[in-house]
Design a protein. Structure first.
Length: 1027
């Protein structure tokens, strides 16, 4: 290749050094490819750079060597011949005398050390330099970095030579000691720690330098490094901490120094340092093994004992928190406390000693037990003592059996003393946890027989433990909440212990929890029992169904006036049973499925009784909640089973003259239950089902001939059917619905009307083509019935982001300024956003409708500014009221996170809305203001001088001051005392107190009570609280 071409590359290289690193890499690669293809030699590059390399200008020399080094860095290890390597090595070695070029020289030598043909003799020469002539404290971190890289490359290339040659090994170690002593740069330290580990683990004369190598490492313990901002290497404190821990624990040659120094560090006051120390001790125990632990376990124990006995964690309250008790401990060290970390070290020490020599473990255990035994006699430090012994037990089966056999007799005694029983139950928990650690946790299975474990000593105490727990739960007064709660938690934990309880014993525990949750109304007991049943349901759902749920469902009477006696002496409320069923069956498909079917069957029987409206409501509410809460987890097969089992029952109930068809709430609930049953059922069967539904409701029941309450059920059914189903009758039904609403508008009941209007919305959204809808959109007909029909049609279109829907919305906005229709139309705007459960977009169910996920957000964004602009542009208070009413009713159903960006424009309007002659507008405005007060305190503060007088006008009795208006105004006044700066609110103190005086005589107790709270808040305004 022509010298001019190579020369151009070299010139470009020189020009880009320290300016454009990516360009330097690109050009270096081009040059290295020429060398690889034997078109030029590396020596040629040196020759081309000669004038720069020998220049008296530091910058030129530095750039020249940097260019050469960048080329060398991109060469593969086998591309330079032996004589080339030797020449280049000599060249770079000579540059070590030029302090300006040290970084580039070391980087180049680092690359050379990886070359295939570098000689061991040349390597020794470089190591000699690093040992004798290199002074790391005189150089910056980037230069020091490449000395570490040189040693890395030397070890990778010559590890076998170093292992076989003591003299060379000695030289390598001394070189490392020289360059690593006093290093402070995080990047260099990571390499230093790794090299230290390699040396102590692999080089033959490392034992002679063990003390020095350890001292280098331990000088950095504990790591206190905090990464600087914009750190290019992204090295964290944790990276350094883990690397140092790995190095300290890398060889048993460090054992004596490591254990001694680390135990001293336990006296540190910082929890972070203590934790780091404890985790490093644990790492050392694991790496050094039982043989070394045998020598040092006593000083380790003494250090840990002090830490545990003086840093106990967890109060009685933590034992009584079932959620915390059932949660597994995190493995992440950042989540562990010093107390937990110390116990973890004891467990690890026990495991290593037992694995090395069981006799050594026995000696270790006996010593600890002898020290701790007096604590059982005097109940001193009992929790800490049991924690220590349970940690030892959790190491493996041998340590578990030994610990259980010698420890449980010390405290597991039947007692009637509440204080002793409480201690027993709390401390037993540690040993049950140890069992789970050693033998495992029960897996999710319906077969008890599938869970088996090896014979162990805790099995010998099972009957005694069960007896103590059962007596603690059932043999004590209900006022002994702590003891009873603890027994429930331990019962639950025993269920989780793999292979510990038989099927009969599991059923017994479930029965205990069922009896307790039904008969004890204490909230702690209730939540503990509830969590227990939930945990057990995850594992043994079938047994819970047979023992608990069936029992609860059978307790439900046929008559709501019937007293429910339980176990002869306990009276249980109907609502209590239904609440428990709802609370603990969540997400358990067998329990949910069987509860729904059983409650539907019970409903069928209850409906036959007179005056059962209220009982039917309770049952339907429970069924509805079970379906709504679990709709995402109910499988299609379960949905099909539920549908086959109960749908015909429910439809028959609606068709007969019973407490459901004539009660608005019950009918609405039943319709929604039918919706949920169908939305997850097999879609392949839905076309046939749609045909049967149409035949029943349209042909047989003729709901399109005359207004019928059954339209509500029909609407919910077709809401659940796949929108892809061929619905030929859709347009016809659409037309008949419009005609029925118009012809019967004077006589149709509100419930029936709502059903037919929702039917219009569903048909418009799912099946009726836009062209057919357009035929019936007549804006000249300004009757209330037509406008109401049109708003529901609009909603169906808007929910699927239809352009026609937006056009219809524009017409409604225009009508707001109509003096005759505006007031009526403004109230229709609520229909655009009101939540309809059967027209929601459920996760994983895309086929049920054409509702866009963010339709409400788009609607609000589109309409807000339009309404605000029209509100500001009109001078008529009557028309302003229309815009404000529409906006307030929209806000009522709009999530606060969507409203937040518009608060600056909205707040003045909301305050003005408080004076509007409309209770609903006032309520909507107050609710929005109440929500905004906490989030937008500074903005509310700006308007405080007009807000307070408005609020005071809303609390006296008035035509438009409904109870809800008064209550919200009083609540908002009270909230201002905690969110508005004192200097802004203090001037209104007396005025508010005086104005609220008469409200203390309001007819409604709820208003009077809130008035007392609000006045008190203003009385205390500006007062200094007593200590």
């Amino acid at each position: 290749m022509e010298n001019s071409s190579v020369g151009s590359l070299v010139v470009s290289l020189l020009a880009n050094v320290d300016i454009n690193e990516s360009k330097v890499d690109e050009l270096s690669l081009q040059v290295s490819e020429l060398i690889t293809n034997r078109k030029i030699k590396l020596i040629d590059i040196i020759v081309l750079l000669k004038d720069y390399i020998t220049s008296e200008e530091d910058t030129k020399r530095k750039k020249a060597l940097a260019s050469l080094t960048s080329v060398l860095r991109t060469l593969k290890p086998d591309q330079l011949l032996k004589n080339e390597v030797s020449v280049v090595f000599t060249f770079y070695k000579s540059k070590l005398q030029d302090t300006v070029l040290l970084k580039e020289a070391f980087e180049g030598l680092s690359s050379l050390m990886s070359m295939k043909y570098i000689s061991f003799e040349e390597t020794i020469v470089l190591l000699d330099f690093l040992r004798d002539d290199y002074h790391q404290n005189e150089h910056l971190a980037p230069i020091r970095f490449f000395t570490f890289k040189i040693l890395e490359s030397v070890y990778d290339r010559w590890s076998e030579n170093l292992k076989d040659n003591v003299k060379s090994s000695d030289l390598f170690i001394k070189s490392f000691i020289n360059i690593s002593t006093g290093e402070k740069d995080p990047r260099n330290l990571l390499t230093s720690f790794a090299l230290n580990s390699l040396i102590i683990q692999n080089l033959p004369n490392a034992p002679s330098y063990a003390q020095t190598l350890f001292d280098i490492l331990f000088s950095y313990f504990p790591i206190t490094f905090k990464p600087p901002k914009n750190d290019p290497y992204k090295i964290t404190n944790t990276d350094l901490k883990l690397a140092l821990r790995e190095a300290i624990s890398s060889s048993s040659l460090f054992a004596e120094d490591a254990f001694g120094n680390l135990i001293d560090k336990l006296s540190a006051t910082s929890p972070i340092v203590k934790n780091d120390t404890l985790f490093t001790i644990k790492a050392c125990i694991l790496k050094f093994g039982g043989k070394n632990c045998l020598q040092f376990w006593l000083p380790i124990w003494n250090g840990l004992k002090f830490e545990i006995m003086h840093n106990s964690e967890g109060s009685e309250a933590s034992f009584l928190n079932p959620l915390e008790s059932y949660a597994s401990q995190g493995n992440d060290e950042s989540e562990k406390s010093t107390y937990e970390a110390a116990l973890d070290v004891i467990k690890t020490l026990s495991l290593e000693l037992a694995d090395f020599d069981i006799n050594a473990f026995n000696k270790f255990f006996s010593y600890i037990l002898e020290e701790l035994t007096p604590n059982f006699t005097y109940s001193k430090d009992l929790k800490q003592s049991c924690s220590i012994l349970a940690s030892i037990a959790s190491a493996n089966k041998a340590t578990f059996d030994k610990t259980i056999d010698d420890t449980l007799p010390l405290f597991l005694t039947d007692t009637s003393e509440i204080s002793k029983l409480k201690l027993l139950l709390m401390n037993l928990s540690f040993f049950l946890d140890a069992y789970i650690t050693v033998f495992g946790e029960t897996t999710i299975t319906s077969s008890v027989d599938a869970e088996t474990v090896a014979q162990n000593k805790l099995l010998d105490y099972k009957d005694e433990i069960l007896m103590i727990l059962s007596k603690a739960l059932t043999g004590n007064s209900k006022s002994e909440v702590t003891v009873r709660t603890l027994s429930i938690i331990q019962f639950t934990k025993m269920i989780k212990m793999k292979g510990y309880l038989t099927k009969e014993e599991i059923a017994l525990v479930i029965q205990y929890l069922t009896d307790t949750i039904l008969t004890d109304n204490n909230k702690n007991i209730y939540h503990a029992s509830l969590e227990g049943l939930k945990v057990i349901s995850q594992i043994y759902e079938n047994i819970v169904f047979e023992v608990s749920l069936k029992n609860m469902l059978d307790l439900l009477p046929l008559d709501c006036t019937e007293i429910i006696n339980y176990n002869s002496d306990e009276i249980i409320q109907l609502e209590t049973i239904l609440k428990i069923i709802l609370d603990f069956t969540t997400s358990r498909h067998i329990l949910v499925k069987e509860s729904i079917i059983s409650l539907c069957n019970k409903l069928h029987m209850v409906c036959e009784k007179k005056h059962s409206d209220e009982y039917c409501f309770l049952l339907l509410s429970a069924i509805y909640s079970l379906l709504e809460n679990n709709i995402l987890t109910v499988a299609e097969t379960d949905a099909n089973y539920i549908k086959e089992s109960v749908e015909s029952i429910l439809l028959n109930l609606a068709l007969t003259n019973n407490p459901i068809i004539h009660d608005d709430h019950n009918l609405s609930l039943l319709a929604n239950v039918v919706f949920f049953i169908n939305i997850k059922s097999d879609r392949k069967n839905q076309p046939a089902y749609l045909e049967r539904t149409n035949k029943l409701f349209l042909d047989d029941l003729k709901i399109m001939d005359n207004p019928s309450r059954l339209v509500i059920i029909y609407t919910k059914i077709i809401s659940a059917i796949d929108k892809a189903c061929d619905f030929e009758e859709a347009n016809t039904i659409f037309e008949k619905t419009l005609e029925l609403l118009k012809s019967n508008h004077a006589s149709i009941g509100s419930m029936e009307k709502l059903g037919y209007l929702e039917l219009l919305c569903v048909l418009t959204n799912k099946w009726t083509d836009v062209g057919n809808v357009g035929k019936y959109v007549d804006w000249k007909d300004q009757s209330f019935v037509n406008l109401e029909n049109l708003v529901w049609l609009s909603r169906g279109l808007i929910m699927k982001n239809s352009k026609e829907g937006e056009n219809m919305l524009d017409h409604f906005i225009i009508l707001l300024k109509d003096t005759k229709l505006g007031s009526f139309v403004s109230k229709l705007f609520e229909i655009f956003v009101i939540d309809i459960g059967s027209m929601r977009k459920y996760k994983g169910i895309a086929w049920a409708n054409n509702v866009k996920l963010l339709y409400k957000q788009k609607f609000f964004n589109d309409i807000f500014q339009v309404l605000v602009t029209h509100y500001r542009d009109t001078s008529s208070m009557e028309i302003k009221c229309n815009y404000l009413t529409a906006l307030s009713l929209i806000l009522k159903h709009t999530p606060s996170n969507l409203v937040e960006p518009y608060m600056n424009d909205l707040l003045p309007m909301l305050i003005q809305a408080l004076d509007m002659p409309n209770s609903e507008v006032r309520v909507s405005s107050l609710e929005t203001l109440k929500d905004a007060t906490d989030k937008f305190g500074p903005l509310i503060t700006e308007h405080i001088e007009i807000l307070v007088p408005f609020l005071l006008k809303l609390v006296p009795s008035d035509k438009y001051n409904a109870v809800s208006v008064k209550l919200l105004a009083l609540q908002l006044l009270e909230e201002l005392t905690t969110t508005i700066p004192l200097n802004y609110l203090l001037e209104y103190k007396e005025k508010v107190i005086i104005a609220l005086g008469p409200i203390l005589s309001d007819k409604k107790r709820i208003v009077r009570r809130q008035c007392i709270d609000t006045r008190q808040a203003y009385y205390e305004l500006g007062q200094v609280p007593f200590e």
